[in-house]
Design a binder for this molecule. Structure first.
Ligand code: SAM
Length: 190
């Protein structure tokens, strides 16, 4: 048995959580690799909603989906994930199975444009309200940069005070790696 790195473990968990026909959300589209993964996983009858505030990110995501002929399963929003509540049709929220966040900045992009503590916590809270029982929310926390440190602390505070009867929270982290590696927070609605 091999211990998965954080990103592989996140994929493994999402893989088990999602079935054909489900709805999934990529809250931080970036270059599109998570959106592509979700689009494959939900199958022909499923649907993915992806958010990013940067056109550059959504252009890259769009190209990747087009290359794999999966654009028809994905709706891209150039909007902050904190707006999701008003953008995901209510009737589809019941089919929502998985939400993923990869926090931080666009790889290869402007490092000043990064996810922000307040909107990240707001969006996590909104998605947890939206998710039906059994639904999964995955957050990859990068805390090697200034805003990332604040997000880490805010998410730790937020997640540890959640009622365990309503949401289970698991942290997956290698504790002896150098250079502040990312860790995972997995939230599951009960
Ligand atoms: N999962 C992506 C991938 O596979 O390439 C990487 C995501 S990257 C680490 C973080 C992304 O979050 C950036 O592209 C950034 O523009 C985006 N972002 C920042 N604030 C956001 C917000 N409020 N809502 C949605 N996306 C946001």
């Amino acid at each position: 048995m091999t211990l998965h790195n954080v990103l592989d473990f996140a994929k493994e968990v999402m893989n088990q959580s999602i079935n054909d026909g489900d709805i999934a959300i990529d809250a931080t589209a970036g270059k599109g690799s998570d959106t592509l993964f979700l689009a494959r996983r939900v199958g022909e009858s499923g649907k993915v909603y992806s958010f990013d505030i940067q056109k550059e990110a959504l252009d890259q995501t769009s190209q990747l989906l087009h290359h794999h002929q999966l654009d028809n399963r994905v709706t891209l929003f150039q909007q902050g994930h904190e707006q999701a509540n008003s953008l995901i049709p209510v009737e589809e929220q019941a089919r929502l199975k998985t939400v993923v966040f990869n926090l931080g900045y666009l790889p290869g992009g402007n490092k000043q444009i990064t996810t922000q503590t307040n909107t990240t916590v707001q969006a996590v809270s909104d998605f947890l309200d939206m998710l039906p029982s059994g639904g999964l929310l995955v957050v990859v926390v990068y805390h090697g940069h200034e805003e990332g440190k604040k997000e880490k602390e805010a998410l730790e505070t937020y997640s540890t005070q959640l009622n365990q009867q309503q949401v289970q929270v698991l942290r997956y982290e290698f504790v002896n790696q150098v250079n502040r590696p990312p860790f995972l927070l997995l939230f599951q609605k009960r």
